[in-house]
Design a protein around this ligand. Sequence first.
Ligand code: DQA
Length: 187
Amino acid sequence: MRVRPRGDDPPEPPAVQPRGDDPPEPPAVQPRGDDPPEPPAQPTTVLILNGPNLGRLGSREPEIYGSATLGDITAACTAVGASLGLRIDLRQTDDEAELIGWIHEAAELRLPVVLNPAAFTHYSYALRDALAMRTAPLVEVHLSNPAARETFRHTSVVSAVADGTIAGFGPQSYELALRAVARLLGR
Ligand code: DQA
């Protein structure tokens, strides 16, 4: 007896087909036009370093250096710095080794420096070599205009390793130097 296929067998299940009513793919992540604005950049710290005898400003040869104290200059720099998004850390020392230590710190932390090297300007190769390792902007400043004073002040061993020098504007030299730093930082 031959086995015949039965005409009433259940139909084959349909091959699996992609369904036209599948849920749509999630959209690719797109930048949103209504994202909140970026928070303001953290203020950058600027070291304002001052060499020997600048702690005496106010009483030191006021006919040359004026009557403003280093405290007055700190206050003015703090205000100008705030307007530029810069935090000010102003220090003064009569000690070459301490000043060089601060320059090393600035290089390690990539901090910009405004530097009044005072008398070290004219002869400290150790300071110059430390500054040559800098990793951020460096602006040399002077209250007086050394080029218009005694011959020994006409040489700066610092200028060649700085971005630039601002001299002769009294305490305003510091403010101009901060503006130069801000420009160098692209602010
Ligand atoms: C100074 C100029 C230097 O020649 C001098 O030795 C200072 C101050 C200035 O700010 O004008 O101490 O750096």
